[in-house]
Design a protein around this ligand. Structure first.
Ligand code: ATP
Ligand code: MG
Length: 500
């Protein structure tokens, strides 16, 4: 892999105008396709400086040293990578010696994190084709040396061809064993190897395929697509944790509506969230897709939406049968929040997100029921969570003509506060949905039926705070708080004061 030629300097190019990849490369009959530095758009100035430091330090110590995976893919198509991963033939113990500020980590595989202040660069040793520890083996490492391999074996154990490209820091060439460069040009998601085998081996790859297809607007290569249609049932063999994570990655990225539609049309929603699908029905499914399309559109102006809002969107169809003339707000609110709670548990959603969905949907009902009561309106718009409730309303029901009067009642009151209307966040919501502070690392629901592993709670012990994590930067979505802003249900008399 060391004989590819270097070439003179790189020009500076902005991210959005990638230089095309040279179409006229020599194809090697055997071995990888190598794209020399002058024939691809990747420039070192687009690589995170700390990652470059790691790459050079490895090279200077005579190790192979590559930028790999998503970063190479993204740079080739002119996108800014989310993170930069490094691959090398140095073993973890060599890495620990070479980088004093490093730590060995890895849930599924051994990796080394090299720390630069609060941030780290992930360095992985080139691996063999053998699967090593299964995806569900938790913290168990396979210690044998046969887990390590060379660039070729490392390429072929990756998931998709577009994810198996390497940028060699020695001569700045891109190395492609699997046809990923061509597939990037053809905008194709293609499994490496037999999709039937690769998807069975790790079913989460199916959700990853959908994630990448939606994100880049790519299509599936025929065999990959066929396997996606045939194997949704396999997803139940994957860890629920990884599945939830991938679903939320799809919902937090752009083109979430496409991703969500694919999850539905390939049959994944039916398998992963059967109770939810039964509760919302086909019409509800279409409604949620529309909601995500509205989010995509709003997000096009560089606005981003927090996980709380995206999760609440899944439950919008539960409001379908609301009849403001006949229903009673409190009865209805407790029915809807009860349904969300039941479904949330079955869907394995983090408790924090279930709570916020309950409150945001309860808020929707409040908007519908009390727009004609000026005192309530004036008070409710001052609640700290109002802007999010309002935002969800606009995204879900903004286009409904019959609601225009109701909407202007709320909007006038909100505008009179003369503060900017918030609700969006500055960057895509990349919070790990399970990374809430707390003893059990995560705001999961109690599962009384499982006798093992769970913490025992004494009667009356109130540790919801640690369960919830109590992230300082998130609103408190506790029901009692929100209810305090709702005022007296007996009418609109009395001088309602905001709660302290
Ligand atoms: P993103 O931009 O979402 O981070 P990525 O391609 O970098 O995309 P990661 O999840 O960060 O994706 O994984 C890094 C690389 O590891 C991938 O590009 C791929 O080569 C490999 N990889 C990740 N998950 C799998 C998997 N389940 N099976 C095989 N290879 C995988
Ligand atoms: Mg990545």
């Amino acid at each position: 892999m060391t004989n590819h030629a270097g070439a003179p300097g790189e020009s500076s190019r902005p991210h959005h105008e990638p230089r095309p990849i040279d179409q006229h490369q020599d194809h090697h009959d055997t071995g990888p396709r190598i794209i020399a530095r002058q024939d691809h758009p990747i420039s070192r100035k687009d690589v995170d400086p700390d990652t470059l430091r790691v790459l050079y330090k490895l090279k200077d110590a005579n190790y192979e040293s590559y930028l790999v995976g998503g970063a190479v893919r993204d740079l080739l198509i002119g996108r800014r990578p989310k993170d930069f991963d490094v691959a090398t033939d140095a073993r973890p113990r060599d890495l620990r010696r070479l980088f004093r500020n490093s730590r060995e980590v890895g849930r599924r595989f051994r990796l080394v994190h090299v720390f630069f202040g609060p941030k780290n660069v992930e360095v992985a040793t080139l691996r063999s084709m053998s699967e090593g520890p299964g995806p569900e083996d938790g913290d168990l490492y396979v210690e044998e040396d046969n887990q390590w391999g060379d660039l070729e074996s490392d390429s072929f154990r990756r998931d998709f061809t577009i994810n198996a490209l390497y940028y060699d820091i020695r001569d700045f060439a891109v190395i492609d064993y699997t046809g990923g460069v061509q597939d990037l040009q053809d905008r194709l998601i293609r499994c490496i190897g037999d999709p039937q085998v690769r998807f069975r081996e790790d079913p989460v790859r199916m959700l990853r395929a959908i994630k990448f297809a939606a994100r880049f607007g790519f299509t599936f290569e025929a065999e990959t697509e066929r396997a996606l249609r045939e194997l949704p049932g396999e997803i139940l063999k994957a860890s629920r944790f990884r599945v939830t994570e991938e679903i939320f990655r799809i919902l937090t990225q752009a083109n979430r509506a496409d991703g969500f539609r694919m999850l539905g049309s390939f049959g994944f929603l039916e398998v992963i969230y059967p109770d939810w699908l039964a509760a919302v029905g086909q019409e509800g499914l279409a409604q949620v897709e529309e909601f995500f399309a509205a989010v995509d559109q709003a997000g096009a102006e560089e606005r981003h939406f927090p996980l709380e809002l995206l999760t609440a969107g899944l439950f919008i169809p539960l409001l379908d049968t609301v009849d403001v003339g006949k229903d009673h707000f409190h009865r209805l609110a407790s029915r809807v929040t009860g349904e969300i709670r039941q479904l949330g548990i079955k869907m394995d959603l983090p408790k924090r997100l279930v709570n916020s969905a309950q409150e945001l949907l309860r808020g929707q009902l409040y908007l519908l029921f009390f727009a004609h009561l000026p005192k309530r309106v004036r008070r409710y718009v001052t609640a700290p969570f109002f802007d999010r409730v309002w935002q969800l309303h606009l995204l879900a029901f903004g286009g409904i003509e019959d609601l225009k009067d109701l909407q202007s009642a709320w909007m006038e009151a909100r505008r009179s506060l003369r503060t900017p209307i918030g609700g969006t966040v500055d960057a895509p919501d990349r919070r790990d949905i399970f990374s809430f502070r707390g003893k059990n690392g995560g705001g999961r629901h109690e599962r009384p039926q499982h006798g093992h592993g769970g913490r025992r709670r004494g009667p009356g012990r109130e540790d919801a705070r640690s369960e919830e994590g109590g992230d300082g930067d998130n609103e408190d979505w506790s029901a009692s708080q929100a209810a305090a802003w709702e005022g007296d249900d007996q009418g609109d008399q009395g001088d309602l004061q905001p709660p302290p």
